[in-house]
Write a protein that binds this ligand. Sequence first.
Ligand SMILES: NC(=O)c1ccc[n+]([C@@H]2O[C@H](COP(=O)([O-])OP(=O)(O)OC[C@H]3O[C@@H](n4cnc5c(N)ncnc54)[C@H](O)[C@@H]3O)[C@@H](O)[C@H]2O)c1
Length: 326
Amino acid sequence: MEQALIRSGEHRVTVLGAGVMGPGIALTFLLKGFDVSLCDVSEKALQDGAVSVERSLRLRVEENMLTVNEAAAARSRLQTRLGVDAGVADADLVVEAVPEKKEIKRAVYASVQNHGKPNAVIWSNTSTLDVYQLVEPAMLSRIVIAHWFAPPDIVPLVEVVRAPGRENEALTDATVALLKSLGKTTVTLNKLVNGFVINRLQRLLGREIFYLLEEGVISAEDLDLAVRTSLAPRMQLLGLVQRYDFTGLDLSVRNLRDKEFVEAPFQESPPSLMEKVDAGHLGVSTGRGFYDYQGRDRLSLQEERDRHLLRICARLGDYVSDPKPI
Ligand SMILES: NC(=O)c1ccc[n+]([C@@H]2O[C@H](COP(=O)([O-])OP(=O)(O)OC[C@H]3O[C@@H](n4cnc5c(N)ncnc54)[C@H](O)[C@@H]3O)[C@@H](O)[C@H]2O)c1
């Protein structure tokens, strides 16, 4: 079955969940001319979500990436709505960015099935769940995992994951096409694995990070400095796999067989992390984590991050959004 491409002006998009991810996803559609409803079960989250979209638009105007009129037009295409059923009723595409809890996701998918348009499709932004098990078989051709990265309006990649029986093949193709038209970069995973690809890599790195900090090998600031001035620029060019070709595959084998190398152990609750969590230092949301943000609030810290990321992406251009191997 061919899946119709969702088009701005013709089709409506509903983003469910106005937390960390929803507003940035909504913004991505707004910037490409779509009418978007941002829905949440919390009035406060909706208000914060609208503020977040507003701030991101203003940031783009300040950075000369958008005119005042374009920002106003994008803003005028946004509606905020309380509740789920009303939000999905007129949507052709429902992007769910609700909490990573099976019961919540299941209820949202049932709402689309029961209250949505008969052909409405769902993109799930889940980070880890096999959401294909949370829908009735009849819905499998109408749902696809499309996993964005924070901040979703700036980080180019979206991981698209096929359903195990490939029931959503046509939707996967249409999703990739739409994401590309939104200016996103996609990779399609042929199989569902926990954490997909990028979060698996991050999880593995976490093992070494906590080990190195806890062993007192390096400070958090120096570890970040080291990564930002070595892996980061080189990875931008070579990724991770092509780097092996430049290192030499024979040398890579020798490194792997080094019997004296001590691997970092897997820890479910690394002390360096737990001591901060137990003290209530949760990161930018509380003004302190591994770094101390001196009382600055989350939104202003995110704005500073986004401003720098926008500038970096603008400078690097295709190196970030459409990189090619050597
Ligand atoms: N935070 C990230 O960096 C990140 C990155 C990629 C993917 N994700 C995934 O995206 C999803 C959302 O993550 P988040 O960090 O934005 O979560 P969040 O907790 O910041 O926001 C979730 C929002 O959903 C709302 N909500 C709860 N139940 C709802 C319902 N039934 N209908 C509509 N809204 C409802 C909550 O009020 C909240 O505002 C999760 O599946 C998460 O794993 C998160």
